[in-house]
Write a protein that binds this ligand. Sequence first.
Ligand code: ATP
Ligand code: MG
Length: 826
Amino acid sequence: SPDTESPLLKSLNPPQREAASHQEGPLLILAGAGSGKTRVMTHRMAWLIAECGVHPEQILAMTFTNKACAEMRHRVEALVEDPQAADLITISTFHSLCARLLRRHAKKIGLNNDFVIYDDSDQISLARRVLEEMGRSNERVEARRLIAVVEGYKNDGLTPTQAHERAFDQGTEQDAEFYETYQDALKAANCVDFGELILGVLELFRKHPDIAQSYSMQWRYIMVDEFQDTNPAQYELLRHFTTYHKNLAVVGDDDQAIYRWRGATIQNILGFEEDFADAKVIKLEQNYRSTKRILRAANHVISKMHTRREKELWTDNLEGADITYFTATDDREEAQYVANRVAQAVRAGQSYSDFAIFFRKNAQARAFEEQLRFEGLPYQVVGGMSFYAREEIKDILAYLKVALNPANEVDLLRVLNKPTRGIGNTSIEKFRVAAALPQVGGVYAALRIAAGEEAPEPVELVEPVVGGWLPGLAPPPSALDDPAVEEIRGLKGRTQAGVEEFVRIVEVVRQRLKEKSLSYVLTELINEVRYFEFLTDNDPERADDRKQNVMELLNAVSEFESEFTPDRQSREPRGVQTLRAFLDRSALIQSTDDIDDRGAITLMTVHGSKGLEFDTVFLVGMEEDMFPSARDEDPEEMDEERRLAYVAITRAERQLTITNAKRRRVFGQIKDTRPSRFVLDIDEDLLAIDPRSSSRTVQYGKSKPEARAWMPGAPVAGRDMWEFDQTVTEQDNLRQFNRMKAAAPKPQYDEYSQVNPYDEEPVWDVSEMGLDDADEDAIKGRTVTHPSFGVGRILAVSGKGDSAKLTIKFPTVGEKKVIRKFVQLL
Ligand code: ATP
Ligand code: MG
């Protein structure tokens, strides 16, 4: 029998120990913030492996963010004897797990396993096309509304048929109809949206209970963190995993349920209690995270909920400092105050990573970013626009996705005329008409016919494509007779050349993927479509930045490639496998994954902060209409805002500062504000009002939205970071830049090498960014920066111009060969 005196349980309190050493049967841990729920889960995993002979592959742990997964794996690694055992545990988000299962069994639900995952903007494009085809208004707002409706269905685990069954009037019937058509279009394009990842697996399990059961047999111990935020579809998934056993352990906190708007429901907790009436229920009441004062403040806020299960939370921690409350005259001063406080604390010995700034809405980040950048404080915005949602990144990936799967018409139409190839809307319309013919069967097929492709030798297919005409096969002769096809065969001049070029590029990429590495394919593709020239011509202002992003994509690919192990059993070429895995990963990357622990202040929305903890938290913008952002009339919504405030407060370990501004600019108008009711709910005794004057004037830098993160001393791309308003001259700008650079701490380079590159090459002229045209010998020995390898020195040069190959020694990764256009000379 297992050892309940195991050292693994020593660092736990009695109820935690009981939970961590729970072996068989359902388990429910419903407990407050910071009470060790996540800790109990990791200890239980280690304990099952060490003491109960459970094989790590039998454990499945689900959390909500990739970041949380990594953290959990890391903690288990530290607990188990053989760290490799931790690698064998399946620790996953719901979406990643389902993406994997769906790939494995795609055919069973009418998909091909090379399906592509759509993001929000792809969804909207598809929705608008579907609406157009249905002869309905395809206004953007309507498309958005319907996508939200579809997401709602999917969160509830409803198929189109079920949606029809539930329709209760003409409006809901029309929504269900849209859902059905949209779903067909997704399948025809061999694509899935986020909700479909989970619904698809549900469909699979509903149709094939034997498959569900085989997974249930494999994963004998299932654990779910943050259970309060699961939706009905996710709960059904968990139920399928427990057909063979009942070892489902869920941990959560109903006071922290903050995803009601995404379909999460407290009903799941009630459902669990019903479905597993014999579950062991464990309460954890001791908080280990926060000071007594912080915890009391949190309790004051949460206890005012309209409906709530009573829960007591106490702590043995120190009384702690008062909660600081600061009211600024406006949002700029608020930001200035926070920046000053951080700067002061860092001078006193704290590190930047101790600090987090939480706001209710993403847009609030801007003022703080500007100020932090102005003061030269390193920060990281978590939850801004994700890298993979950027236009240039989506463009480049679209080419690759089309090469992998030409039936994916959202991506195809995205890049068909991008860079411009003279294929205007009139021609595109002609292609779509021809594409609709069954004997043509897709836009890509129509393009190939228009390109005048001779019937090629049928090439061996990697995977047949679902929906549309098979690539590599000749168009059937019958396709050529139709008048709609004649239209596209009669194109002229530039358009004809453009179509030929597009088809050629896609085919070349397809061919190269079979023979070459993905990074090679990508580099060649960027050159061949002349994407950089396109950026320079079309968006000169931001071209430098956007090129940087494309380079960063190349880095991400090479990095991924070096770590990726292709499946040797598979007949698929390495390039194809790498691409597919890379696309999956990038589609599932979440904005919270960007957290960089190397010493930066974290800026994030309260939603993103769930499960995390920080020494010092600034909760900003605490005003009515801002936080809570809900209206009084809806008590449920107000309760959700209240839980959100509770989540924010309980992230703080030692220090909490609440700020707001007397006046704030809302939609361009300056308005007077009122303090948030949540501040007023906190007992006055707990608050210390900061007496600091707040009326100094400062200069504020203007930033561009994509320049999201910056480290002092880090190389700056282009001049984007330092565009000040008109009152500041270019000279001031440069001086300011140099001053900040000189003042900036440079620790991040010391981590990699003892040498600070800037001591050797103090060339910092903002006008000289990008590549210069010095001849090859002149650049040998020069210092360069590379977006992901950092600073290095050129050892050798071969070739000329932008595509020259440089051998560079990086202190971070050693010697690398890099194409010249992907580094910057310093
Ligand atoms: P949340 O509700 O915010 O997700 P949680 O209940 O998951 O919080 P954890 O993150 O597991 O709480 O724990 C909060 C902090 O308290 C962590 O730093 C954890 O290491 C610490 N902690 C938990 N239990 C103990 C214990 N028995 N002894 C010492 N530290 C503990
Ligand atoms: Mg937790």
